[in-house]
Design a protein around this ligand. Structure first.
Ligand SMILES: Cc1ncc(COP(=O)(O)O)c(C=O)c1O
Length: 408
C-alpha cells in the first residue's frame, strides 16, 4: 500500500477523547462515569432555536449560499452590533463551527512552514488544524501560578522569527479559563503592529466571563485589518451539533480569500443556520444566553469550592470559559486518569482530560488535567468526592511509582 501522508501521521489524536474507550468499557461494566473531560454542556438548547428548526418549511434540503443564509447573516450582524462590533455584510461569513473558521483563518494567512504563536496550554485541536494546513505552532508557555496570563513582551518577542505570521489564541481561554486584561490585549495589539502579524482571535467563549471584562480584539481600530474573529454557537447556545460558527474580519482581502475557501466547501449546515436565525430573532435571546452563562458561573463556584477540599489538587479560579486546569499530586496524570477508568474500584468514577495534550512543549502538563464543568451541581460535587478518594487510593496502591513527592 502507498504510504499515508506525513501530515496525517503527524496530526495528534485529541487528548480529550483519547481515553474514551476506557470510559466506554467502564460504563459497559455498569459504572457511572462523570465525564469532565469534554466541553459538551448538558444544558438544553434554547427553545427558540429548536422551534426554528422544527417549524422550518424546508422541502428540499438545499445547499445554503457559501457565505451563509441571508436571514442568518442578518441576524448575526444584529448580534455583533448589540455587542459593539458593527460588521458590514461582506465582513462576516458563516462557517461549519468555529473549527472551520480556524482552518480558513490559517489557510488564508499562512503558507506551508509559516508559524503562529499560540499561548500554551491551548485547545489541542489548534495543533491538529495547524498540522493539516502545514503551519508550525510556536508555543508561548503560560503557568498555573500566574493564572495562565501572558508572559512578558520580551519573552514573546524572542519567539517571533521571519516565518511568524500571526498569533492564535482563545479568549476566554480553553483550557485555562483566562480572560486577558486590557494591558495584555494592548500588548498583543502592539506586537501585531510592530512585527506585522495577524491576530486570530478565537472568541467562542466570548460571553463566558465571570471576572473582569471581555474585550473583543475586533474593537481595536488600529489593527482592524489584522484581526480575524473566530466564533461559534456551539457553547453559547449549547448547540454543538448544529455545526454553526462564524468568521469575521474588516480586512477585505482576507474576506475575499475566505470566501473562496467557503465556495470550495460549498456551504455550512442549513438547519443549524435556520435555528440560529430564529433564536436571534426571538426577543428573549439575550436573556437565554445570560441564563446559560449564569449557570456556568454557579458551576465554576461549586467546582472550585469542592476542589478546595481535595488534598493535593492545586488551581487558580478561572475567570471565564467553562474549564479549569488543575495540578494533580501525581507524576503522570494520564496514567492516573487511565487508572481511574480501569482500576478504581468504586461504582462511580471520573474522567478528566490529561494535561500534556494541551501543550506542545514536551514534558509540560504531565501532572495537570483539564476539567470541564459541564455537569450539574450535584454531579460536580460527587465527581470531586470520587476524585479525592481516587487520589488517595492511587497514592497507596501505586505508591512511589506513580505519585510525586508533593503537590505542585
Ligand atoms: C477554543 C475553542 N475553539 C473552537 C472550538 C470549536 O468548536 P466548534 O467547531 O464546535 O464551534 C472549541 C471547541 O471546543 C474550542 O474550545
Amino acid at each position: 500500500m502507498p504510504e499515508l501522508s506525513a501530515r496525517s501521521q503527524a496530526a495528534p489524536a485529541s487528548p480529550i477523547r483519547r481515553l474514551y474507550p476506557l470510559a466506554r468499557e467502564a460504563m459497559r461494566r455498569g459504572k457511572t462515569v462523570y465525564q469532565l473531560n469534554i466541553g459538551q454542556p448538558d444544558i438544553s438548547t434554547p427553545e427558540a432555536f429548536l422551534r426554528g428548526v422544527h417549524q422550518s418549511d424546508v422541502r428540499v434540503l438545499a445547499y445554503a449560499p457559501s457565505q451563509g443564509l441571508d436571514e442568518t447573516l442578518e441576524a448575526l450582524r444584529g448580534y455583533y452590533s448589540e455587542h459593539g462590533i458593527p460588521l458590514a455584510q461582506e465582513e462576516l461569513i458563516i462557517t461549519t463551527g468555529g473549527s472551520e473558521a480556524i482552518t480558513f483563518a490559517l489557510s488564508v494567512t499562512c503558507d506551508a512552514g509559516d508559524r503562529v504563536l499560540v499561548p500554551e496550554p491551548f485547545y489541542p485541536n489548534y495543533q491538529g488544524f495547524a498540522r493539516l494546513t502545514n503551519v508550525e505552532v510556536t508555543p508561548l508557555t503560560t503557568y498555573r501560578d500566574d493564572g495562565f496570563h501572558l508572559p512578558p513582551r520580551s519573552v514573546i518577542e524572542e519567539r517571533i522569527d521571519a516565518r511568524t505570521k500571526g498569533i492564535l489564541f482563545s479568549h476566554p481561554g480553553n483550557p485555562t479559563g483566562v480572560v486577558y486584561s486590557e494591558e495584555e490585549l494592548q500588548m498583543l495589539v502592539d506586537l501585531a503592529l510592530r512585527h506585522d502579524l495577524f491576530i486570530i482571535s478565537d472568541e467562542v467563549y466570548r460571553e463566558f466571563v465571570y471576572e473582569g471584562r471581555h474585550r473583543s480584539l475586533m474593537s481595536y481600530p488600529e489593527i482592524a485589518d489584522r484581526v480575524i474573529l473566530v466564533d461559534s454557537i456551539s457553547k453559547r447556545l449549547s448547540a454543538c451539533g448544529a455545526r454553526v460558527g462564524a468568521l469575521a474580519s474588516r480586512n477585505r482581502q482576507v474576506m475575499a480569500a475566505v470566501q473562496k475557501c467557503a465556495t470550495i466547501r460549498l456551504s455550512a449546515p442549513t438547519f443549524g443556520q435556520l435555528g440560529l436565525a430564529a433564536f436571534l430573532r426571538d426577543a428573549g435571546h439575550s436573556a437565554a444566553i445570560h441564563a446559560i452563562i449564569q449557570e456556568f458561573r454557579h458551576r465554576r463556584d461549586v467546582l472550585c469550592e469542592a476542589l478546595s477540599a481535595v488534598p493535593g489538587v492545586t488551581f487558580r479560579k478561572p475567570e471565564g470559559a467553562f474549564y479549569i486546569m488543575v495540578g494533580l499530586p501525581v507524576e503522570d496524570a494520564e496514567a492516573f486518569v487511565s487508572w481511574m477508568l480501569s482500576d478504581y474500584p468504586g461504582e462511580e468514577t471520573v474522567m478528566l482530560a490529561p494535561g500534556a495534550g494541551f501543550y506542545s512543549t514536551p514534558s509540560r502538563g504531565l501532572d495537570e488535567a483539564r476539567m470541564a464543568y459541564v455537569l450539574r451541581e450535584q454531579d460536580l460535587r460527587r465527581a470531586c468526592a470520587v476524585l479525592a478518594e481516587g487520589l488517595e487510593l492511587y497514592a497507596s496502591s501505586v505508591g512511589a511509582r506513580g505519585v510525586a513527592s508533593g503537590g505542585s
